[in-house]
Write a protein that binds this ligand. Structure first.
Ligand SMILES: NC(=O)C1=CN([C@@H]2O[C@H](COP(=O)(O)OP(=O)(O)OC[C@H]3O[C@@H](n4cnc5c(N)ncnc54)[C@H](OP(=O)(O)O)[C@@H]3O)[C@@H](O)[C@H]2O)C=CC1
Ligand SMILES: O=C(O)C1=N[C@H](C(=O)O)C[C@H](O)C1
Length: 270
């Protein structure tokens, strides 16, 4: 499968290039960076520490998508919107790891999925997606007893969006377990005199610092006891391996918007 990596010079872009090189059944077809990037012209493999691959980093998206089978995209919401439209035109698989997309971005991606096979997830790892199934189960099991749910995350100091895509994915799993709408029941920031915690809400707390790749915990709190379900990412390659697996999985699927739960066979009701 011929794959294009957009955002090829980024933290995830470079990790993807290394993982594609070592994965059977996929090859790097093109590597894209934004116009004006000082990485344009560099060999994508050499930049990623994967050795010379003969694939120069280019800004030419149309040429890059030509004759490709799929694009893997860990960039920014604005860039992902554009890539979604172009991938749909080219009828190629689009794997989206970009987080921080707002409702308008999501609507554009959903529109593109009428023609394209899109897999989108706030976290491409098996561990986090399994964790989301467990969180949904725990939220349901503890609902009658009224346990409070809080999602805590920590990431490196360069991360620009909050709460993380994973925190929101885990919050959505908890909301599903409770049979409620996350947007209507979440508390994403607390500051000052907040008043007492509202029963049934799902709270988020965000930490940023250093080089932390991704730490997530969902805390279920009751009188005198706390149950914590957590995931710790030690290496970005676990996200990249998940993204490549998603591209291979989507290759023979119908157009539509899929999640990593679909890819991993975890989407049935737990
Ligand atoms: N779903 C998951 O499993 C994971 C998701 N992520 C998400 O992936 C995204 C990227 O993360 P990360 O790699 O750490 O970020 P980086 O900033 O390191 O990489 C993003 C890259 O995309 C480039 N880019 C931005 N706009 C364009 C464009 N229009 N055309 C081409 N390239 C562009 C950036 O260039 P420039 O620097 O010039 O802006 C940069 O090189 C984030 O949203 C993050 O949250 C990260 C890890 C796992
Ligand atoms: O920006 C990151 O680095 C990560 N982003 C994703 C998120 O927002 O959850 C996934 C992972 O935690 C790393």
């Amino acid at each position: 499968m011929k794959l294009v990596v957009v955002g090829a010079a980024g933290r995830m872009g470079q990790t993807l290039i290394r993982v594609i090189k070592e994965t059977e059944g996929v090859m790097l077809h093109a590597a894209i960076e934004r116009a004006g990037s000082d990485k344009l012209g560099a060999d994508a493999g050499e930049l990623a520490g994967a050795g010379h691959l003969g694939v120069p980093i280019t800004e030419d998206v149309l040429a890059g998508f030509l004759h490709a089978d799929g694009v893997i995209d860990f960039t920014s919401p604005a860039a992902t919107n554009e890539f979604a439209a172009l991938a749909a035109q080219a009828r190629i698989v689009h794997v989206i790891g970009t987080t921080g997309c707002g409702p308008e971005d999501e609507a554009k991606i959903a529109a593109a999925s009428r023609h394209a096979r899109i897999v989108k997830s706030g976290n491409m790892s098996l561990g986090v997606n399994l964790l989301s199934v467990l969180v949904q189960q725990a939220a349901k099991a503890l609902e009658a007893a009224g346990w409070d749910i809080e999602v805590l995350e920590m990431h490196h100091k360069h991360k620009v969006d909050a709460p993380s895509g994973t925190a929101l994915l885990l919050g959505a799993a908890a909301a599903r377990g409770r049979g409620i709408n996350l947007a209507e029941n979440s508390v994403r920031v607390r500051d000052g005199h907040t008043g007492a915690r509202e029963a049934g809400s799902i709270g988020f707390a965000t930490l940023r610092g250093g080089s932390v790749i991704g730490e997530h915990s969902v805390l279920f709190a009751s009188e005198g006891e706390i149950v914590t379900l957590s995931h710790s990412a030690g290496d970005r390659s676990l996200f990249a391996r998940g993204a490549v697996k998603a591209a291979l999985w989507a290759r023979d699927k119908k157009p539509g918007l899929y999640s990593m739960l679909d890819v991993l066979g975890l989407s049935a009701n737990p």
